[in-house]
Design a protein around this ligand. Structure first.
Ligand code: NDP
Ligand code: OXD
Length: 320
């Protein structure tokens, strides 16, 4: 297999999951796993491909011959915003397992708020036997999804299966069967109809801080859940956490489920931890399955090396 370029792997994931997935991956190609101490100062010239998640800041200046950069996740803000990147295609991770995991998380959170799981968790700790009344059905509640990409569309489909009324908002207009959609200009109309807001936006210059006090104030009050709920698994940089805490404290929001935070890990000092109406998960809504990631990278390299266009290439100007 002479002539196959090596591949550099710099994934800040669990070391064992990367090492295990590398067994049997990229056959016939040398793999330079930057997690191994012996590769720390290594020469990285003559390497065509890099698979990265929050890579070493010097990687792109050292690996000068790269032809394609593969993101270890669906999001690419971890490289676009943090490094001066060479003008190369950046391919993001799009995969059934990741999409399914995200939809599982989103449906779980929407149902948790519909069925008052945070209140029952408190009552359980207090050994309190009290049914909460009234009990709205999913069909009484409108879930508004911000971001109708790969993840937003799949979540929309699965929320609909559970009976929710689903609407969506995205930068460009969309036609999705059974779902009313709004484009950038329709944000106010979209928010005023939304009982549960789901954030599945990428972090870009335009989405930074988008979930702020003014946005929370425009969500529907007095719907079937009484107060609106905010669910975010996109990026924490899109939420203004001070505004979010205040909205939860003052009852502008009735609850929240958060997987992503302005700064991760979430500080032990954050008041979000102790809020009874907030569900917190540690950026674990849809972790990349590393074997699936490497299979996706191999498939894209095969396309690249046989002259077919790469898939899932990021629009560097749009930032996602
Ligand atoms: P896509 O690129 O497929 O979709 C992004 C969507 O956001 C598109 O509908 C796009 O609009 C919309 N969008 C982008 N910018 C704007 C804007 N300024 N105004 C309105 N809409 C906008 O991404 P995915 O669905 O694959 O992933 C979404 C994000 O989820 C990732 O970028 C990542 O940050 C996050 N993520 C989080 C994970 C976790 O575990 N918490 C796991 C995986 C991903 P349009 O359709 O018009 O282009
Ligand atoms: C991703 C993530 O972008 O896990 O894939 O956040």
């Amino acid at each position: 297999m002479a002539g196959k370029s090596p591949i550099v792997v710099d994934l800040k994931f669990s070391r064992t999951s990367v090492a295990e997935a590398l067994e049997g991956a990229f056959r016939g190609r040398e793999v330079i796993n930057m997690a191994l101490p012996e590769n720390a100062g290594r020469e990285l010239q003559g390497i065509d491909y890099a698979v990265v998640w929050k890579p070493d800041p010097t990687l792109f200046s050292r690996a000068k011959d790269l032809k394609v950069i593969f993101s270890g996740g669906a999001g690419v803000d971890h490289i676009l915003s943090a490094y001066k990147l060479p003008d190369l295609p950046v391919v993001r991770f799009v995969d059934r397992s990741l999409t399914d995991r995200m939809s599982e998380w989103v449906v779980l959170q929407a149902l948790s708020h519909l069925r008052r799981a945070p209140v029952y968790a408190v009552q359980q700790r207090e050994r309190l036997w009290r049914e909460i009344d009234p009990q709205p059905e999913a069909r009484d509640v409108t879930v508004g999804i911000m971001g109708l990409g790969v993840l937003g569309r799949d979540a929309a489909k699965k929320l609909k299966l559970m009976g929710f009324n689903v609407i969506g908002w995205s930068r460009s207009p969309k036609r999705i069967e059974g779902i009313e959609t709004f484009d950038a200009a329709g944000l106010d109309a979209f928010l005023s109809r939304t009982d549960i807001l789901v954030g599945l936006l990428p972090l870009t210059a335009n989405t930074k801080g988008i979930y702020d006090a003014s946005l929370f104030a425009r969500l529907r009050q007095g719907g079937a859940l009484g107060k609106p709920v905010f669910i975010n698994a996109g990026r924490g940089g899109s939420q203004v956490e001070m505004d979010l805490v205040e909205a939860l404290e003052k009852g502008v929001l009735g609850g929240a489920s958060l997987d992503v935070f302005e700064s991760e890990p979430l500080s032990p000092e954050s008041s979000l931890w102790a809020m009874e109406n907030a569900i917190i998960t540690p950026h674990a809504a849809a972790s990349s399955d590393v074997r699936a990631l490497f299979a996706h990278v191999e498939a894209q390299i095969a396309r690249f090396e046989t002259g077919q266009p790469l898939e899932y290439v990021v629009d560097r100007d749009a930032g996602y």
